[in-house]
Design a protein around this ligand. Structure first.
Ligand code: S3P
Length: 667
């Protein structure tokens, strides 16, 4: 899990370095059933593509990878029973459902939480019509049980190239002819490649409908250098157009059934042209040139949507920056993608105070073209939504996304934009709920710094070597329990526990600063005063050590008396301290805390738990005492680490942070 904060800087590369994902899946699948060894080069091993490669290996293909090339020896004798893990990839699941049905293999298809919610009946039903035996079983996407296939005429029920491809792949193994008829022609890579590789396949138009017919046949082996992905290039094109830059992106697949995004933009005034067009394995490839353009409102027809379904969220993102009313026709399929992408678009529009509505088929965005900076965008763990969030943030001037699953389709995404975020994070155990990623990315947006902040969960018994390796792989890290003391020892710190480490900085604890600064902010008088400390863990220790620098006399209470004694002995604290002016608790809400009484001498309390219920907090509030919350201490301790890692001034605007937190409903 990693959040990323963006600033307004990017530097677009001409070669976006991302092989077209649709073509890459298909190249590997066809190579796996070709009549000899094929070689595929310029491959981007995105997670989706790797899912397909692993699945083909499970089926019996031998795939040798060297750098960004692969040699594929086809499946000789298919394995009899296999599990196909499709990960997040709908293309893997649906295309391989067709291949597996054709091969007659028994296979259980599984996938991640997003994939198992996506509709699969659309591919299962047509394959059943060809004679495939496919079942749904709880806990899996579907199970193929074999069955001998025969041709059939299938009319498409949804606009889906994946379904069409599944049927065509199965049709290569079926007796007789298999015909697939589409209302709206979808991307045609499978039929183009099959035709180019000598399979028995024909396309035609019948009564205005596009039809593909295939007969039993085997593709020839081939060698291909894959072109770049127009869907990935689209993010660079969007940035160039929104920033008014001129750029050329080379060696991009420009198949007309993938040009929806580009066609819509051209009609909105974008000066886009394609040159150096040539053919690779039956596919058109060229360079896409972008010139400075003024964009008018976007109108995407159902046809454009079909030719650019994956780019609709990006067009909607661009629409937010263009004043006017924007229309997207027949986008219902977006609901069934890696997340509900209609909801994701509505979220982005809402966050930047623009209007968005969806009537079940058509989407309208109304924007004044003014997009505020410093906002946080949910990605719904969807790679394309994350990339839209990045574009939105960059053009807005700053912004952040709550996860960065770019590797699903486009591992070089940030690299292609010339963006190298500073790599920050938090190590600990049980830290998934930590507020640090949100807080640190907020600080980054305020400072105009581009950084990622990740959660690195390690087992408590991780080896020293591994712990050091992880630390070394980050520019800056926060350290939390149970590693504060161990990391201090491993890095030879001159204090017993650290929470902040990083390249070129002295390992240190900023917890004490966070506490003292939050007390000072509330005007609390604690210098040279008696205090009661509740708790004896890492945070209590750091704070005791810091408060000693301010001459405080402290008594430690803890449910386990022995731990209280250890802390007392370590810092030479007295057994008794009378009339404390403040009580500071570093334990979670519990019966022990409820049993504590708040002395009459107390003027303030500090509650380390964030904004939650605490018996001491309640007692203090009832008496009208000052209450300092741990959330505030957390902010101030974080500001020091951020400043050290980034060389920016220490920030001091807790109220601004709180307003941001409230806006995004974090607590
Ligand atoms: C794809 C087809 C489209 C697209 C997906 C890739 C393909 O899905 O969204 O990213 O390679 O065939 P549908 O077939 O579900 O429209």
């Amino acid at each position: 899990m990693s959040m990323i904060a963006f600033n307004d800087k990017f530097d677009l590369a001409a070669n976006i370095r991302c092989s077209d994902k649709s073509l890459t899946h298909r190249a590997f699948i066809l190579a796996a059933i070709a009549d000899g060894v094929s070689t595929i080069s310029n491959v981007t091993f995105s997670q989706d593509v790797v899912s397909t490669i692993r699945a083909l290996e499970a089926l019996g293909a031998e795939i040798r990878i060297e750098g960004n090339s692969a040699a594929v020896k086809p499946i000789a004798l298919p394995k009899s029973e296999v599990t196909i893990n499709c990960g997040n990839s709908g293309t893997t699941a649906r295309l391989l459902a067709g291949l597996v049905s054709g091969l007659g293999v028994k296979a259980v298809f599984v996938g991640d939480d997003s994939l198992i919610q996506r509709p699969m009946r659309r591919v299962v039903e047509p394959l059943r019509r060809l004679g495939a035996q496919i079942e749904y079983k709880p806990g899996s996407l579907f199970v193929c049980q074999g069955g001998s296939l025969h041709g059939a005429v299938i009319n498409a029920e949804v606009n889906s190239a994946q379904v069409k491809s599944a049927v065509l792949l199965a049709g290569l193994f079926a007796e007789g002819q298999t015909e697939y008829i589409e209302q709206m022609p979808t991307r045609n890579h499978t039929e183009l490649l099959l035709a180019e590789l000598g399979a028995d396949i024909k396309t035609s138009y019948k009564n205005g409908k596009y039809s593909v017919s295939v007969k039993k046949s085997r593709p020839n082996a081939f060698d291909v250098e894959l072109p770049n992905d127009p869907s990935a290039t689209a993010y660079s094109v969007a940035l160039a157009l929104l920033r008014g830059q001129e750029n050329t992106f080379t060696n991009v697949l420009v198949n007309p059934t993938r040009m929806g995004f580009y066609n819509v933009l051209k009609r909105s005034g974008a000066k886009l042209s394609i040159c150096n067009i040539h053919t690779v394995l039956g596919e058109q490839v060229g360079d896409i040139c972008v010139k400075c353009s003024t964009l008018s409102p976007i109108a995407a027809t159902a046809h454009d949507v079909c030719d650019g379904i994956d780019e609709i969220p990006l067009l909607a993102t661009m629409a937010l920056f263009i004043k006017g009313e924007h229309h997207f026709e027949c986008v219902g399929e977006l609901v069934h993608k890696e997340c509900n992408r209609v909801e994701a678009i509505e979220h982005m529009a809402n966050v930047v105070h623009q209007q968005c509505s969806f009537d079940g088929a058509n989407l309208t965005v109304i924007s004044d073209g003014v997009v505020p900076c410093g906002k946080r965008f949910k990605t719904f763990d969807d790679h394309r939504i994350a990339m839209c969030g990045a574009v939105l943030s960059i053009i807005a001037g700053s912004g952040c996304i709550d996860s960065a699953p770019f590797d699903i389709s486009y591992p070089q995404f940030l690299d292609s934009l010339g963006i190298r975020p500073l790599k920050l994070g938090l190590i600990g155990t049980n830290i998934l709920q930590s507020v640090s990623p949100r807080m640190q990315t907020y600080l980054a947006m305020q400072a105009g710094v581009c950084c990622s902040y990740g959660i690195v969960t390690l087992a408590a018994d991780v080896s020293d070597a591994e712990l050091l390796r992880v630390i070394d792989s980050y520019d800056g890290l926060n350290v939390t329990m149970p590693f504060k003391i161990r990391v201090a020892q491993l890095l030879n710190a001159d204090i017993p526990a650290v929470n902040t480490v990083g390249k070129g900085i002295v390992p240190q604890s900023t917890d004490g600063y966070g506490l003292v600064h939050s007390l000072q902010k509330h005007g609390v008088d604690f210098v040279n005063k008696p205090l009661w400390i509740v708790g004896a863990g890492g945070a209590a220790q750091s704070c005791v050590s810091e408060l000693l620098n301010y001459g405080c006399k402290m008594r430690v209470f803890n449910r386990t008396a022995q731990n209280a004694r250890l802390l007392r002995d370590r810092y030479g604290l007295p057994d008794e301290v009378a009339d404390p002016v403040g009580m500071l608790t570093f334990i979670p809400e519990c019966t022990y805390e409820q049993g504590l009484s708040l002395p009459n001498s107390c003027k303030f309390v500090f509650i380390s738990a964030y904004m939650g219920y605490s018996a001491i907090r309640e007692k203090a509030e009832a008496r009208g005492l000052t209450v300092v919350d741990g959330f505030e201490m957390n902010y101030f301790q974080g500001t020091v680490g951020f400043s050290l890692w980034t060389g920016t001034p220490v920030q001091d605007d807790y109220e601004g942070y709180l307003a941001y937190v409230k806006e995004f409903d974090y607590i």
